[in-house]
Design a protein around this ligand. Structure first.
Ligand SMILES: Cc1cc2nc3c(=O)[nH]c(=O)nc-3n(C[C@H](O)[C@H](O)[C@H](O)COP(=O)(O)OP(=O)(O)OC[C@H]3O[C@@H](n4cnc5c(N)ncnc54)[C@H](O)[C@@H]3O)c2cc1C
Length: 547
């Protein structure tokens, strides 16, 4: 190319893009966590997936899908209602690639049963890698995967929908779900007067033959171009779960009217709507009056995905930060060789390594829960604790990662600004922080014996780790207090740290020791890098981040 003659300077000392990498094999902490939880045999396919999602082309799609946000087309030019949302082709490509990898369904068999083996762990590894590239489109992906658990309450409906959910084809056409090559599902619970408190839902369900007519609204209903939604509404016997398709059985458009799309801090490639149901057709899922019990099966899985995605966002932040600091010189020395930057980055690696070990351990419990009561108890007690700790730690972590890139971290050409804006949502939706703490307390009171056994298991698995015994005593005392709600955040954070120490101990005992020393035996300082780690440990940690 001809050199531009008016250039006044040469560009140097900038890091090259962190692209065209294998997001799997480059990430030793991920590889080890997958292997420790039963997924080692998927190494080759995960590496292929990691190369695809680590490509410059996928990174570009992620950026473009967020720059060209979805648009609601309420009416056409003649004033006829359309209620369609238009997405940029880059968004559709992201959806197609995730569907192709089975991120939306691979934990289920073709007839909607848990797939078994290490399906949860392997799919979580994919979800973790995709989250490093683009998280917005994962909203309908995660909801589709999770919906199967709620549809299981209505076997005839599950049998009808599963052949369309189980394909690995993404079909964005606006058409009745039963005519499509693949389908996506969303969820509508939150109303203006209450999100956490879904019992306050005012949306009504009136019987109409074998089906129902739904009248009311939802204040947040994401991914409005899903082919169907699982919606809560008040029927005669109380709050009930319904399957509400975009098209009625006769092929006409259902009465689902989108009012507007939310103008969100992040998550911009994904559409989240406000919607009115004006007598919308719906079929019941599970018994009347058992809506919460039915939909909680779905919510449990979306909470798991929130934790996986937040861990993925943090991994991406750290990988970009270390990559940059290995190329950027300040005062004649690469940033990665400056002791203070090493302290920051290695401390961050400890956090990411523990998070991914913990998340994969949780996914193993999802794999084994159907036939192992102790794993079911682990899943029940620790899903809210892990969602709480991993998701709430992400914004602060990503802010620090961004700062490692200096000013470049703050601008929109890089991915870190987007990751940062994205990161709070996983803590807010699917049960906000306090709600997760209350859910841990609920598990402890309703399934006390099983929860005690989980705690005992963590005691055994953290034996010898600094601060573990004191943490267990603290947790036990806090949860037994009559005012346990008031100190629930203290205890739930300790519980998550203890579980993270236990999970990391299976993957990397030395790093579990460092994690426990800096997080359990003492309170971690407010900032990353405010720790005293030895030079050898720092080198070992950073080698794990990127070889
Ligand atoms: C981008 C985005 C997309 C969304 N998509 C969907 C969707 O597709 N479908 C859907 O149904 N919803 C969706 N939501 C809604 C989301 O799930 C709710 O916002 C969330 O559950 C919180 O409910 P709320 O907003 O009504 O807040 P509230 O329930 O009013 O809670 C406010 C705060 O109070 C705390 N709190 C609640 N109860 C207690 C208590 N007893 N003690 C102490 N603290 C408490 C909560 O932790 C929270 O921090 C979405 C939200 C966002 C931001």
């Amino acid at each position: 190319m001809t050199q531009v003659t008016f250039a006044t300077h040469e560009v140097f000392n900038q890091s090259p893009p962190f692209e065209d990498v294998d997001l799997y094999t480059l990430d030793q902490s991920l590889v080890d966590a997958v292997a420790a939880n039963g997924g080692a045999s998927a190494h080759k396919e995960l590496s292929e997936f990691g190369r695809h999602w680590g490509s410059a082309a996928m990174a570009a799609r992620g950026r473009i899908a967020n720059e060209n946000t979805p648009k609601l087309r309420t009416f056409d030019s003649r004033g006829v209602r359309r209620d369609e949302v238009e997405f940029h082709p880059a968004y559709h490509e992201l959806m197609a690639r995730s569907a192709h990898g089975g991120v939306h369904n691979s934990t289920w068999t073709a007839d909607g049963k848990p797939a078994g083996g290490a399906a949860e762990v392997v799919r979580a590894a994919r979800f973790y890698m995709v989250a490093q590239v683009e998280t917005g489109h994962l909203c309908p992906v995660t909801m589709t995967r999770a919906s199967v658990a709620a549809l299981a309450a209505q076997p005839d409906l599950l049998a009808k929908t599963m052949p369309v959910i189980a394909t690995r084809t993404y079909d964005p056409s606006f058409a009745p779900w039963w005519t499509k090559r693949g389908m996506t599902l969303g969820m509508g619970m939150t109303e203006k007067q209450g999100g956490t408190d879904v019992r306050s839902n005012m949306t009504r369900a009136e019987r109409d033959g074998n089906a129902y007519r739904i009248i009311g609204h939802k204040w947040f209903m994401s991914a409005p171009m899903c082919d169907a939604f699982l919606v809560l509404a008040q029927a005669d016997a109380g709050l009930t779960c319904f399957f509400m398709p975009r098209f009625k059985p006769d092929g006409s458009i259902n009465a689902i009217q989108f009012q507007r799309l939310k103008d969100k801090l992040g998550n911009r490639s994904n559409a989240s709507s406000e919607v009115e149901f004006v007598g919308a057709y719906a079929e019941r899922v599970g018994e009347e009056g058992k809506g919460i019990r039915t939909i909680i099966q779905m919510v449990q899985l979306t909470r798991q995905d929130c934790a996986i995605a937040s861990a993925g966002l943090m991994r991406s932040g750290l990988a970009h930060a270390l990559h940059h600091s290995r190329h950027r010189s300040v005062f004649q020395k690469h940033l990665a060789d400056q002791p203070l930057m090493q302290a920051v980055l290695s401390d961050m690696e400890l956090h990411v390594e523990a998070s991914i070990a913990l998340v994969m351990r949780l996914c193993r419990s999802f794999d084994q829960a159907p036939h192992d009561a102790s794993e079911a108890a682990y899943m029940r007690l620790l899903t809210p604790a892990i969602k709480y700790w991993v998701c709430k730690s992400a914004p602060g972590f990503l802010y620090e990662a961004m700062e490692c890139l200096g000013g470049n971290g703050y601008v929109e050409e890089g991915i870190l600004a987007r990751h940062y804006r994205e990161s709070p949502v996983n803590a807010i939706w699917e049960g906000s922080g306090n709600v997760m703490c209350l859910d841990v307390l609920r598990a402890l009171s309703r399934e006390a014996e099983a929860a005690q056994a989980v705690l005992q298991g963590l005691v055994d698995e953290t034996s010898g780790l600094p601060g573990a015994t004191e943490a267990v005593t603290f947790i036990g005392k806090a949860f037994r207090r009559p005012d346990s709600e008031r100190v629930a955040r203290l205890a739930v954070e300790k519980l998550a740290l203890l579980a993270a120490g236990a999970a990391l101990n299976k993957v990397s005992p030395r790093h579990a020791e460092l994690f426990a020393r800096t997080r359990l035996a003492q309170a971690h300082a407010g900032m990353y890098g405010a720790v005293d780690l030895a030079g050898d440990d720092i080198r070992a940690l950073l080698d794990r981040t990127l070889p």
